[in-house]
Write a protein of this length. Structure first.
Ligand code: FES
Length: 169
């Protein structure tokens, strides 16, 4: 049972948030993890998410929005069902990361932070995702794909298009 009446989150997530605020010396330290969990639960950081998280942490909504505007991995609009994040940081850049990004843009017909009309894919250019040794790399939702070539990207996107990819929402 959530400590917040009429929580917008699932009972499991509400219980997780109840616990999160107890494990830091200062309540507001739970803000970033809470925003990330909320994004997975709801799909993006909606106004309702901001309101409830502010209430849970005894903050004003502006405090939450200030943090929200700082972190590029937090979204205020829904992403596609499959969020394609292509790394163009140094290792990936040197091994064709921009070619992979351009290929995804062309293939999906969308640019950075855009969503396809059918809502299936969104695309983001991101900083290092921790797969430098296997560059170039991308992530779709929470699945890593590395040692990419444009041919491999086509196969990966087709897998998701057929509904065989992982769906975290
Ligand atoms: S530079 Fe691309 S994963 Fe690290």
């Amino acid at each position: 049972m959530s400590t917040i009446a009429n929580s917008i989150f699932s009972p499991e997530m509400a219980a997780r948030f109840d616990h999160l605020v107890t494990i830091y010396p200062v309540k507001r330290s739970a803000l970033v993890p809470m925003l990330l969990y909320a994004q997975d639960d709801v799909g993006y950081i909606s106004d309702a998410v901001v309101t409830e998280i502010a209430a849970r942490l005894d903050l004003i909504e502006l405090d939450v929005r200030n943090v929200l505007s700082y972190y590029s991995m937090l979204r205020t609009k829904p992403a596609g069902k499959y969020n394609v994040q292509v790394c163009t940081n140094i290792s990936c850049m040197l091994r064709g990361g921009y070619e992979i990004l351009d290929h995804c843009k062309h293939k999906l017909g969308i640019g950075h932070k855009e969503v396809t009309k059918d809502g299936l894919f969104s695309l983001e250019e991101v900083e290092c995702i921790g797969a430098c040794c296997w560059a170039p790399a991308m992530q779709v939702n929470y699945d890593f794909h590395d040692n990419l070539t444009t041919v491999k990207v086509d196969e990966i996107l087709e897998t998701y298009r057929q509904g065989l990819g992982k769906d975290v929402k």
